[in-house]
Design a protein around this ligand. Sequence first.
Ligand code: F6P
Length: 436
Amino acid sequence: LGYHAVMELLQTSPASEPQLIGIRENRITRAPLMRCVQDTRAVATAINNHDYARAMQLRGGSFAEAYHTFNTLSQIFPRPPAPGQPRLRLAVLNAGAPAPGMNTAVRGAVRLATDRGHAVFGVRRGFRGLIAGTGDYIQHMDWMSVTGWATEGGAELGTSRKIPNEAQLEAVARTLEQYQIQGLLVIGGWAGYQATHMLHSQRHHVPAFNIPIICLPATINNNLPGTELSIGADTALNNIVQAVDKIKQSAVASGRCFVVEVMGRHCGYLALLAGLASGAERVYLPEEGVTLAELQADVEVMNEGFRQGKRLSLMIRNENANPVYTTDFISRLFEEEGHDLFEVRQAILGHIQQGGDPSPFDRVQATRLAARCVTFLENQAGKPEPESACIGLQHGHVQFTNLAEFPRLIDADLTRPLDQWWLSLRPIAGMLAGRQ
Ligand code: F6P
């Protein structure tokens, strides 16, 4: 916002209409300041006139939806089903690495589906549970079974990166038939998307797979197609920034350079956003790679800085930024070339990034997406050719992308989407660190 506000000022004249720089639909926007003030006052006027429906509408698209979801989830018990209401049998499972917010999403789905009269079966340990198919792995989940899950990190149902092989696909089909599952919700990351895509591709040969399947993005990596943000990435970013803030205090005290390694697989989202949030002077991304010439230039910039009284340097490296220039290599190089000007330490943050209770943002989005997943399954179940999809947030709106599109949207080797919106933030990070 600061960057765009300055850009606005630089191209404005005293006669220009004042603008408000804001974020709408996950992108920076500008709007005439006076119109924004009027719109804000209109909400207060509607409330004073007891026109609550208009006040809700003026608050923006997702406000009313969030209000209804909240009302359902905060009931003590589900409402009795309406006569003639279709009652489905749905299954929910996590797949992929643990991501904070998985529990929140399961709770939302179980309660909202139960409230609409459906039976929800929780599958333990991801696709392993569907392959095993026994009662140890698959249990009916009622309203109270998810009490307290909204705020808990980890994954109560368990998760795994298991992707069924051909023989195991038969076992999955048998389990779905045995429990008469009419819709499947998979909450998770890359492995979950791959496995569900396999099931969906086989739907014309295997009747048990001809059911609606919906994937809800949950991975700290934020490397999934069909969504700009995945559940868990915000919490991981908070974890990283809290740790880096502490590391920075230590670095300032001793005049050091820290090279901090963060997760993300082949996606640099966590590294870049952590760099922006913590004021790092350099971020090493897998999307850009690392060269020796760049590292040499970085040492020179650091040497000059420390000579002039700089007290710390902070570099953030994605775990896969380069296979040769590892965190250890970069740290040793800097140590050697920094001579007596500064010392270097490395910090590999590791699994604290996967843990922790989900942030408010992740909780809200997990619940919002889970609600829309239940509606999707309801709308598709029972159709002769039901659709399957990945749900996601695109330009601030909930969108569905057909699961069949999955291979077209990704770089399968690098396990990340072809289009990554956040790469547009790179120039801001570079500029703030004093680079071209
Ligand atoms: O996929 C999530 C993730 O945390 C990655 O960022 C990381 O590379 C990987 O999982 C770690 O895997 P594991 O928990 O199996 O060590």
